[in-house]
Design a protein around this ligand. Structure first.
Ligand code: NZQ
Ligand code: ZN
Length: 392
């Protein structure tokens, strides 16, 4: 087990009616004016935004609103938010939505606290030294941004999707009522479940030994999310399944399932380029590339894939047949993705990649040759190109 730090400062308020506490939670932060930040309309249609506004008014909290965040949140909206907050003297950002809204909120919060162009931190040209406080009312279980140290923003010019990690942006609180996710389209529910599983897999597929506790959390979480996802495809208002998925979403990305392991993260890097270039849903993009990544890398340590196949996917163990078992586990994950209508290749994602696009994606993914990706197996440009080609 590797040395690690585990830091989860976010106060979680979980369960039915949790959003009723929004006003008092924001007020307890001692702020003067709040930016209420939201997406492209779901929170208006469901009436959640009106209820949050009511809760803020009841608590005597002053606020301004800014909607219009889109999936793969855009830098231009972040700039708009920074300008509005400066004009209105906002000192707290409240995200009402999913990962995209929370990430846009975090980027605005960084922009307010640092006196340089906020894109510089996503380009890794500057380091953030501060961040305004952010809180979240979560409406989709997926990205885990409500408890993560991460935010991911897309710069429209050049289609660059880039992430930045720092404890500075961790939400002060996360309000999670599983019932708020009943209105999700099945596609978004499935994308969310894939992302949650992937956040766990990215931490699970490593070479560290003696990580039984972390492995146990990860395996239970993955099995439970797969089971709940299948239930939700038939019964979207199943509270217990929604609740399990929502809690798993936070735990899969708050560091718990990575304690003592180094992590891989290649699939996320490979998907982020697809998201930046083709604006695909993050979870679906991950599902489309995972099987190809897994088949490309599993020989680095087949026994890890065997453990996954047996403990998570229920493949029977047979002595001396590691390769077969590992490959059966990979195929079983793809069967699961198909069972919830997720793609298992990039064509099914609605994108037919040309050779030129594959080269461009791999080049961008390598930060123009400046880095390799992946921990389970280090991947350089030719490797990344091959995975895009296998996933075509
Ligand atoms: O914009 P609205 O109208 O709200 O619609 C959203 C959006 O279209 C809809 N939605 C959300 N809650 C709903 C709902 N529709 C009906 N009822 C509800 N209750 O769902 C769609 C997707 O929302 P989005 O916020 O984009 O989803 P998600 O949480 O998956 O976030 C995706 C973004 O997060 C990034 C991804 O790359 C992507 O940009 N990630 C952020 C991470 C982080 N900060 O830690 C880690 C992840 O790996 C990921 O990269
Ligand atoms: Zn993700």
């Amino acid at each position: 087990m590797l040395n690690f730090q585990y830091y989860t400062p976010t106060k979680v308020v979980f369960g039915k009616d949790a959003e009723k506490q929004t006003g008092s939670l924001v007020k307890s932060q001692g702020c003067k004016k709040v930016l209420l930040h939201y997406g492209s309309g779901s929170v208006i249609r469901t009436g959640l935004l009106a209820r949050i506004e009511e809760s803020l008014r009841e608590a005597g909290v002053d606020y301004v609103t800014l909607g219009g965040v889109v999936p793969n949140p855009r830098l231009s909206k972040v700039y708009e938010g920074i300008e509005l907050c400066r004009k209105e003297n906002v000192d707290f950002i409240l995200a009402v939505g999913g990962g995209s809204v929370i990430d846009s909120s975090k980027a605005i919060a960084y922009g307010l606290a640092n006196d340089f162009d906020v894109w510089e931190i996503y380009e890794k040209k500057s380091v953030a030294t501060g961040c305004f406080p952010v809180g979240a009312v979560l409406t989709i279980a997926a990205a885990g941004s409500e408890m993560s140290d991460s935010s991911v923003i897309t710069k429209e010019e050049g289609g660059l999707k880039r992430g930045y990690n720092s404890d500075l942006c961790r939400c002060r609180f996360a309000i999670m009522n599983p019932e708020l996710t009943y209105t999700l389209p099945a596609y978004q529910t499935a994308c969310g479940c894939v992302d949650i599983i992937m956040h766990t897999m990215e931490r699970y597929f490593t070479h560290e030994k003696h990580t039984e506790i972390t492995d146990g959390f990860a395996e239970t979480l993955m099995k439970n999310v797969m089971k709940s996802a299948r239930i939700l495809m038939k019964d979207p208002e199943n509270y217990e399944a929604r609740a399990n998925v929502m809690w798993a979403g936070s735990l899969s990305h708050n560091g718990l399932t990575g304690c003592g392991t180094s992590g891989d993260w290649a699939c996320h890097q490979i998907e982020h380029e697809l998201g930046g270039m083709f604006d695909v849903a993050h979870g679906a993009g991950l599902a489309a590339v995972w099987g190809s990544w897994a088949r490309y890398v599993y020989k680095q340590e087949p026994s890890r894939f065997v453990q996954f196949a047996v403990n998570v996917m229920g493949i029977p163990y047979r002595f001396g047949e590691d390769d077969e078992i590992a490959l059966a586990g990979i195929a079983a994950v793809e069967d699961f993705y198909r069972s919830i209508d997720m793609p298992t290749n990039i064509h099914e994602l609605g994108v037919d990649l040309t050779d030129q696009q594959i080269s461009e994606l791999a080049l961008k993914c390598s930060f123009f040759g400046k880095r390799t990706i992946g921990g389970f197996r280090k991947l350089d440009i030719p490797d990344i190109e091959e995975i895009y080609r296998m996933a075509k």
